[in-house]
Design a protein around this ligand. Structure first.
Ligand SMILES: [Zn+2]
Length: 212
């Protein structure tokens, strides 16, 4: 594996902020800086950070985008479908609870099939709506890693009842992921533990009657 992947659980909801780096070039991107911006900066500052990329626009995932973008002076990538969500608090008082800053508009719009280069590593954008309209996974076929945001969790799937959620789209997106990706793909979820496509294919109750 030539990718260096550091997953930092941040904030009271343990949002997984990922730092994806190519150690041979020192380049990196930061995915989903939801909270604890100072802590993320401490880990990321050894790299040449090129971008902030968000899987989706829920406030617990974008809460520190402004801080990271300004500190490293880098563009912010988000799918346009989620722009309406970035200032939605979801629940009254939630932004204060997670210490979220006001999220800026994206500089670069993610779209299906786009490739993001981090040194010699290629991350392909998979647009997989359902949890939100613009949720995108970042997939490295070569490294067998999927950064899935809140599409999929170990033993669970993303909620479809939050702002922007759509159950039918979530079903289609999960069907797509499980038909396209090999079992040995490591899945970095939006919160909590990582898993693999194979483990979820066998054991995830939502894929065995719970949703699909
Ligand atoms: Zn979410």
């Amino acid at each position: 594996m030539k990718m260096l992947l550091k997953v930092i659980p941040v904030g009271p909801l343990d949002v997984n902020c990922s730092i994806v780096a190519d150690p041979s070039t020192g380049e990196a991107i930061i995915v989903d800086p939801g909270a604890e911006g100072e802590r993320i900066i401490e880990v990321a500052r050894e790299f040449r950070v090129k971008a902030v990329v968000n899987t989706h626009g829920h406030i617990d995932h974008v809460g520190q985008v402004r801080k990271i973008k300004e500190f490293f002076d880098v563009p912010f990538y988000l799918h346009p479908g989620d722009i309406p969500l970035i200032r939605d608090e979801i629940w009254p008082g939630f932004a204060t609870y997670i210490k979220a800053q006001e999220c800026p508009e994206p500089d670069v719009l993610l779209e299906e099939g786009m490739e993001i280069k981090v040194g010699g590593i290629t991350l392909r954008v998979l647009h997989t709506p359902g949890h939100t309209p613009g949720l995108c996974c970042l997939y490295s076929e070569e490294e067998k890693v999927l950064i899935a945001g809140d599409l999929l969790f170990k033993g669970s799937v993303g909620r479809w009842d939050l702002p922007g959620g759509d159950r039918e789209k979530l079903k289609k997106s999960l069907e797509r992921i499980f038909s396209e990706l090999p079992d040995d793909t490591i899945v970095v979820c939006g919160h909590y533990e990582e898993t693999t496509i194979g483990h979820e294919r066998r054991f995830n109750p939502y894929l065995h009657g719970g949703l699909l």
